[in-house]
Design a protein around this ligand. Structure first.
Ligand code: SF4
Length: 225
């Protein structure tokens, strides 16, 4: 299959192509365990049991998010690697001030999310993410396949769920009894780091609670890399 054909392929076929095309130790999923990530892990684990998932533990996650590591590994055949930033929360506070996430959230995300992700991507040829087009304007035109470069070396980014809706995702979670972050039942439709995540009024935009009021909509993982 040519990469252009992936745009119209169904999710399972995209995943099959991905795991047939790239060596097992050169392909991984990234996830912060949102509902789309749970679905993607479930589907990928059926195509490639023991699939590698990397989770960036920024040091600012909710305890409910951290607990998802064990819950997901118990529920499906995935191997979750927890990746941490090079700089500790304490060292960051000493160097840049106590609340860099307020004074300069882009720098905080660059240190705590983007840099650790780049470190992982240096060892991969393909990166699978759970982006969906209906998550907001910044994701509305996400293709299934993107050719990226990390330190000048090509890395394929594959987004098998781009055509899924929020309702599709939750339907899959409930149909299969998959674990999900309990904060979603407490008006957090999207869960990121605790200092940068707020509740959203029921029916509000899925990502409205992320960096609310700051104009920031993405951490940079999907725009800088
Ligand atoms: S989401 Fe907030 S706390 Fe987390 S890395 Fe970005 S700015 Fe820092």
């Amino acid at each position: 299959m040519r990469t252009e054909e992936l745009e119209h392929a169904d999710t399972r076929r995209i995943l099959e192509w991905s795991f047939q095309t790239f060596a097992p130790d050169r392909i991984a999923l990234s996830s912060a365990f949102g509902p789309s990530g749970v679905v993607l892990m479930h589907l990928a684990s059926q195509v490639s049991p023991g699939v590698r998932v990397f989770f960036v533990d920024t040091g600012f996650h909710f305890i409910e998010t951290l607990a998802m590591v064990d819950r997901l590994q118990a529920a499906m055949d995935v191997r979750i690697d927890v990746v941490r930033p090079a700089i500790s929360v304490e060292d960051q506070a000493e160097r840049f001030g106590e609340a860099l996430y307020r004074s300069d959230p882009d720098r905080c995300c660059a240190l705590r999310k983007v840099a650790p992700t780049q470190r992982v991507l240096r060892g991969l040829d393909a990166w699978i993410s759970a982006l969906r087009r209906d998550q907001g304007p910044s994701r509305a035109h996400t293709p299934v396949y993107e050719g990226k470069a990390v330190d000048g070396r090509p890395v394929a980014k594959i987004n098998p769920l781009v055509r899924w809706t929020n309702a599709d995702v939750w339907g899959h979670i409930f149909d299969h009894g998959l674990p999900y972050n309990p904060l979603h039942d407490e008006d957090y439709p999207s869960v990121g780091c605790a200092p940068c995540t707020q509740r959203v009024v029921p029916g509000g935009d899925e990502r409205a609670g992320r960096w609310a009021g700051s104009g920031k909509t993405e951490c940079g993982l999907h725009t800088l890399i």
